[in-house]
Write a protein of this length. Structure first.
Length: 121
């Protein structure tokens, strides 16, 4: 695997998107017939940019999925769909500004214990 792609795997999805935008810009702006300018601008090879875009596509698809968080009966923690337990001492995930699961990166959907039981779950 390309060294650049190995490093990209360690970045957050948002940072990968930023790198992809910058690289696509450089790729489109740099004169294709003057390799010295492309090298100076740090333009990556097309195959590396395509691989980066594939990573970004997976990140975006993952972000569109939901991770349900359900409050425990006693309210001491929230159980996530991805198998983790999260302690929130006051309010719901949404009330605390949480939009994405810290563990899997999916959109967060939190339900209080009372809401679950009212819906028959």
């Amino acid at each position: 695997m390309d060294e650049k792609l190995k490093k990209l795997e360690t970045l957050t999805p948002l940072d990968r998107i930023r790198v992809a935008i910058a690289q696509m810009h450089n790729f489109l702006v740099a004169p294709p017939t003057i390799p010295e300018i492309r090298d100076r601008m740090g333009v990556w090879p097309a195959k590396t940019i395509i691989a980066l875009l594939a990573m970004v596509k997976k990140d975006v698809e993952k972000m569109a999925e939901k991770c349900n968080w359900n409050e425990s009966a006693g309210g001491e923690y929230w159980q996530t769909d991805c198998g983790k337990q999260v302690v929130i001492t006051d309010g719901t995930p949404a009330e605390n500004g949480m939009r994405y699961c810290y563990h899997c990166g999916k959109q967060l959907d939190g339900k209080r214990y009372a809401e679950e039981n009212a819906n028959g779950n």
